[in-house]
Ligand binder design. Structure first.
Ligand code: GAR
Length: 209
């Protein structure tokens, strides 16, 4: 079964759903390691509780982005993954790192891409007066939050919602679509070719739906 390495920086609620789906044999692959750039990330405890190997590669121990990414990819490659999953991993990755994992690196982003790349996406959607928001699972390419989208989920924004309540609403959907996308990848149903994502051989809309 495909080997999955998950990268985190924080809470790890997305990781938890992957662990749970894995326990139920619904993930399509096996999480072989969880790696964090922060030693205090709660997701590391979730991994330990599930009996999964963990590692910390701290960006503070490395002088440059290139050195950090080099150290990180050495640890990742030690686990020989078929798939690397970014789950709340809050670091911008170098082009050479992204290239090394081309076609086997997934991310989830808390917006309906291509809207609201970067940080504070929920506040941005509220400030724009959007009535609709969501999350996107995409292949990672050298363009930040710009790789081809595989699956999105939408949520409403109601009058007087704050960023906190919207974030919670979005996360419920993240927990549904991320494990599903991982399963599709592990089953060979979703692939990236020439920078485009395909599901069951059909080209997916590059910038979401
Ligand atoms: C998720 O909402 C994810 O979309 C976001 O971080 C959160 C991590 O939550 N990712 C990004 O903003 C990536 N730039 P989790 O640690 O509970 O899974």
């Amino acid at each position: 079964s495909p080997r999955i390495v998950v990268l985190i920086s924080g809470n790890g609620s997305n990781l938890q759903t992957m662990l749970d789906q894995g326990d139920a044999n619904l993930l399509g692959g096996k999480i072989v390691a969880v790696i964090s750039n922060k030693a205090e990330a709660y997701g590391l405890e979730r991994a330990r509780a599930a009996g999964i190997a963990t590692a910390v590669v701290s960006n503070q121990d490395h002088a440059s982005r290139e050195h950090f990414d080099g150290a990180l990819s050495e640890v990742i490659d030690g686990y020989q993954p078929n798939l690397v999953v970014l789950a709340g991993f809050m670091r911008i990755l170098t082009p050479s790192f992204v290239h090394h994992y081309q076609g086997r690196l997934l991310n989830i982003h808390p917006s309906l891409l291509p809207r609201y790349q970067g940080l504070n996406t929920h506040q941005k959607a509220i400030d724009a007066g959007d009535q609709e928001h969501g999350c996107s699972v995409h292949f990672v390419t050298e363009e930040l939050d710009g790789g081809p989208v595989i699956l999105q989920a939408r949520v409403p924004i109601f009058a007087d919602d704050d960023a906190c309540v919207v974030a919670e609403r979005v996360q419920v959907q993240e927990h549904a679509i991320y494990p599903l996308t991982i399963r599709w990848f592990c089953e060979g149903r979703v692939v990236m070719q020439q920078g485009k994502a395909y599901l069951d051989g059909a080209l997916l809309p590059t910038h979401g739906y």
